[in-house]
Design a protein around this ligand. Sequence first.
Ligand code: 5GP
Length: 253
Amino acid sequence: MARRTKIYEGKAKILYEGPEPGTLVQYFKDDATAFNAEKKDIIDGKGVLNNRLSEFFMNGLNEIGVPTHFLKRINMREQLIRNCEIIPLEVIVRNFAAGTICKRLGLEEGMRLPRPIVEYCYKDDALGDPLVTEEHIAAFGWATQQDMDDILSLALRVNDFLSGLMLGVGIRLVDFKIEIGRVYDGDFQHLLVADEISPDSCRLWDIETGQKLDKDVFRRDLGSLTDAYTEVAQRLGVLAKNSPAASKPTLIS
Ligand code: 5GP
């Protein structure tokens, strides 16, 4: 059996060379990490759920004309994506106060923010992905002013799309992180939503109960992470209501 070429391995995913030029295969691992990988575990089935959920969100975005790197799902853990140059920023959109903004600004968790707030962090694990301003981004050449205008517009469109989708199934989109890639088409280049969109990179709270249905379940030891992600997938119709958490192979007698 021929070994395929691994391009990159991150905390939650592996990228392999794709079948055609300009494509990659994105493999979703079961590894969960938090607090800059100080807390780690293997959560059986997480990769399968995130693959399906990210497919669902990216397909929806493609459908409404927000470009993404997603081409198609290949199997339970892998999807075919466009190869793009990742802009070294985490783009965070916040609708309600939670996580680091609470610590930074002394806000009460759950407070509705006056409007969606977009923040940028420099992608560097060794530095703990520090918050940066547009001044840093321009000065260090991580993105141009035109890129930043496009990134802001993409981030807000993703926010409107995901907020509405979640609201429809009784979930509040508190905040999320996306990454942006650059692709070249001849003389032109454009930006697209890359990486993944899943409960690993969003905060999702049940609107009625406030129950957390995202990676904070792992960060704060609040119960089963796969149960939380399965709940999100079932409410969105990505998994059938009575399907068990996607991980374990079921013996057919
Ligand atoms: P915070 O800055 O409050 O830690 O995170 C804000 C939002 O961005 C949360 O939804 C969080 O899950 C997401 N986020 C921030 N940094 C990362 C990261 O390095 N990886 C992932 N998967 N999500 C992140």
